[in-house]
Write a protein of this length. Structure first.
Length: 310
């Protein structure tokens, strides 16, 4: 038998082994038995099974399967781990287990894409080399789907923070000039603007929790700038750190930074307005101009055709 004949069987066997491995991880019952024994040993945990029965099985299965699924994609160096965690934080995922779950999701989506590719190939081509190509293409494309979603979510969140930051700073200026300290002003702003600017207020809530735990203000502000990934937030953190270090007026620093950010936002709006004429060229040429051309030239073309035929 040739290599071309054996390749579809090898691909099908690999997919079957992968599916069986995932199924064995998801159907592992030893963890459930150990958890039940722990509840029986600890009186405080005896009622947890009744309270968390709904959805607990799926969450436990996902938590147990995540280490095994993400093991092959786990970064080898601390720098790669930090870069992955930073990208997840930019997208709003602050959980310590977020990198592992993200890598497990990439593996699961890739396996799903391979399964879909194999099903499509078997249904259309049978056990041929084209089926193997369908499996490879399906798995490869599906592998990058979580990366694309993460990039789009991070970009959207950064834009929300950038657009909502001037309004947050205006209210913070009012709070500081009314006599509140910086910490109290941040708490007040997070409570008042939580509905309209959720992304910025979420980051301020994290800062408030860190300050309540006793973290230094300079370190908290520095982490705020790094965690959001927005240049204006980094600049604001640097200004607040300098004002706190040298004892200058925080209200004046906030007002200056707010005016600068509002000017930048207005310039961005004007830039996008100037780009509108260029962006309208493509729909005009592709969709509107053919219709106008048919309406204007169509009758003349029909008359010419009739004259030629006569």
């Amino acid at each position: 038998m040739s290599l071309v004949t054996l390749l579809p069987y090898a691909a099908g066997g690999a997919i079957l082994l992968a599916v069986l491995g995932v199924a064995s991880l998801l159907t592992n019952r030893s963890g459930a038995a150990e958890e039940r024994l722990d509840r029986l040993k600890n009186p405080r945990r005896r009622n947890e099974g009744d309270r968390n029965a709904r959805g607990a099985g799926l969450k436990n299965a996902a938590a147990k399967a995540a280490p095994a699924l993400s093991r092959a994609l786990t970064p080898k160096t601390d720098a790669e781990v930090s870069a992955l965690r930073l990208r997840l934080v930019h997208a709003g995922f602050h959980s310590p287990a977020a990198p592992q779950l993200f890598l497990a999701l990439k593996t699961a989506v890739a396996l799903g894409g391979m399964a879909a590719g194999s099903a499509y190939g078997l249904a259309n081509y049978g056990l041929t080399l084209s089926t193997s190509f369908a499996v490879i293409i399906g798995g490869g494309l599906s592998f990058y789907v979580p990366e694309i979603v993460l990039y789009l979510k991070g970009k959207s969140r950064k834009e929300q923070i950038f657009l909502g930051l001037p309004d947050v700073l205006d209210l913070m200026v009012v709070c500081v000039e009314a006599g509140l300290g910086l910490d109290a002003g941040m708490r007040r702003v997070a409570e008042e603007l939580e509905d309209s600017h959720a992304a910025v207020c979420e980051e301020i809530h994290i800062c408030n929790k860190q300050l309540n735990l006793g973290s230094p203000r300079r370190q908290v502000l520095h982490d705020l700038g790094v965690r959001t990934g927005v240049d204006d937030m980094r600049a604001l953190a640097a200004v607040l750190i300098q004002a706190d270090k040298f004892g200058s007026s925080i209200g004046e620093a906030l007002r200056t930074q707010s005016d600068s950010m509002r000017t930048k936002r207005r310039q961005l709006a004007e830039e996008r307005a100037q780009q509108t004429a260029v962006k309208l060229i493509f729909p005009l040429v592709l969709f509107i101009f053919p219709g106008i051309f048919a309406v204007l030239v169509g009758p003349a073309a029909l008359m010419i055709i009739d004259g030629v035929l006569v």
